[in-house]
Structure formats: structure tokens, C-alpha cells
Design a protein around this ligand. Structure first.
Ligand SMILES: Nc1ncnc2c1ncn2[C@@H]1O[C@H](COP(=O)(O)OP(=O)(O)O)[C@@H](O)[C@H]1O
Ligand SMILES: [Mg+2]
Length: 223
């Protein structure tokens, strides 16, 4: 699903945030991505989500060498990736339902069942009564739940979730983890960034630990 080789990223010349990262994320796997604040978790996920470009190294996504793709080819590939970003990036002038439906609208395909899907997702995130509310009126946790629903509406083969439970209470965090688990069992490859140790302890998924710009495999498959 993802293969990278000697991937490096610098925002300012000479200061590498990610250093020669080589790893493989197999199709259908579920990985935690952890590390201290500022370790580069969001940066790595943004590279995988194709929203930023590496400074050097190679990145293969869905079997395609990303670093060689032209700008016109990127959006197509990007659509296969569901992202829950750390700051939610909801559109304030759209309702909750419209925000969730956005990836289907953008894709340009006429989805006959968008409304039904949105209704199902609203129920699933427990925000049915907020369907026509606009994001500025929501709490941080509610926004986060909308961002999660929006990320999964297209059943993306790859889901990148950046601290998706960061604003949720422990009970709701667990519930969403079960949801991600269900998606994973249905075939979605997931990378979930978190610095929540209790979450990592509660679920036996392999852990990629970012430290000083490098990824170490802290807990392997099946340990
Ligand atoms: N857009 C940016 N421009 C410059 N520096 C950035 C940018 N985004 C992140 N950084 C820096 O890169 C490092 C890693 O940040 P980030 O990927 O957000 O880490 P994490 O998600 O693990 O907290 C930090 O030192 C941060 O200040
Ligand atoms: Mg981050």
C-alpha cells in the first residue's frame, strides 16, 4: 500500500524533520504512529496523503511512484486516501451534512446514495440532530467526529488519521477505535497517529515510533 525509501523532508533548508525513512505498510494493515509532539507524525501523514512533497527519497502509493507523477495525476491518487487532519479543516459555510458529503461531491461521480450514506454516518457518529448545523457552533469533539465521517464516506482504501481521538473523551475514543477496527477488517489500510499511550496499550496493532526524524518499529505484528 505504502512503500517509502530514504524519504526525507525539510521545511527549511538544512533542517530535516524526517530523515531517510524507509518502511513498508502492507495492504490491509493497521499501524499506530507515535512519537513526541513535534516528532513529525503529521508531516509523515501529509507526505502519505500527498499534500506535501518529500525533499528527497522515494514514495510509492498504491503501486505508483509518487515522486515521478505529474501534478495532474496527483488529485486522482489523492482521492483514494481518506484523511482525518489534526485541525479538522471543515468548511464553516457548509452544514455538517454537506461537510460529510464533500468527498463525494468533489469526486464528480454521481453518487445516488449520498444522502442515505450521510444519514447513516451521522447516526454512527451520534450527531444526527446536528445535520443542518454549521461547524462554528460545534465543540472540538463534535468537529472531530464530523471530520472522521467525512474521511470515510468514500470507503477509501487508505485511511490516515491524525490524532483522530485527540478531542474525544476516553469512552468515545474507544468507540471510534472500534469503528476504525471495523473499517480495517473490511479491508481499509489504516495509519493512526496518536500520542495516547493508553490507546496504544489497549489495541495490539504494530507501532511505528518517530524519534529524531527516524521511524523505529516499537511493537511488531502479533506481539
Ligand atoms: N508547515 C510547516 N512549516 C515549517 N515547519 C513545520 C511545518 N509543519 C511542521 N513543521 C515543523 O516540523 C516538525 C514536525 O512537526 P509535526 O509533523 O507537526 O509533528 P507532530 O505531528 O509529531 O507533532 C516540528 O518541528 C514543526 O515545527
Ligand atoms: Mg501532529
Amino acid at each position: 500500500m505504502i512503500t517509502c525509501y530514504n524519504l526525507s523532508l525539510e521545511y527549511t533548508p538544512g533542517h530535516r524533520v524526517l530523515k531517510d525513512i524507509s518502511l513498508k505498510v502492507p495492504k490491509g494493515s493497521f499501524h499506530f504512529l507515535t512519537g513526541a509532539s513535534g516528532a513529525g507524525k503529521s508531516s509523515l501523514l501529509n507526505l502519505f496523503a500527498l499534500t506535501i512533497r518529500p525533499s528527497s527519497g522515494r514514495l510509492k502509493l498504491f503501486g505508483q511512484e509518487v515522486t515521478k507523477l505529474g501534478h495532474d495525476a496527483l488529485p486522482l491518487l489523492r482521492r483514494k486516501v481518506g484523511s482525518v487532519v489534526q485541525d479538522f479543516q471543515l468548511l464553516d459555510h457548509l452544514t455538517v451534512a454537506e461537510n460529510i458529503a464533500l468527498p463525494q461531491k468533489i469526486s464528480g461521480e454521481g453518487f445516488a446514495d449520498t444522502d442515505a450514506k450521510v444519514t447513516e454516518l451521522l447516526d454512527w457518529i451520534g450527531l444526527s440532530p446536528f445535520r443542518d448545523v454549521k461547524p462554528p457552533l460545534l465543540s472540538g469533539g463534535q468537529k472531530q467526529r464530523v471530520a472522521i465521517a467525512r474521511a470515510v464516506i468514500n470507503n477509501p482504501p487508505l485511511l490516515l488519521a491524525d490524532e483522530p481521538t485527540g478531542n474525544l473523551d476516553p469512552k468515545l475514543s474507544k468507540r471510534f477505535m472500534y469503528l476504525f477496527e471495523t473499517l480495517n477488517k473490511m479491508g481499509t489500510t489504516i495509519i493512526l497517529a496518536t500520542h495516547d499511550e493508553s490507546l496504544i496499550r489497549a489495541f495490539a496493532y504494530p507501532v511505528l515510533h518517530l524519534k529524531e526524524g527516524k521511524v523505529m518499529q516499537e511493537r511488531g505484528e502479533g506481539e
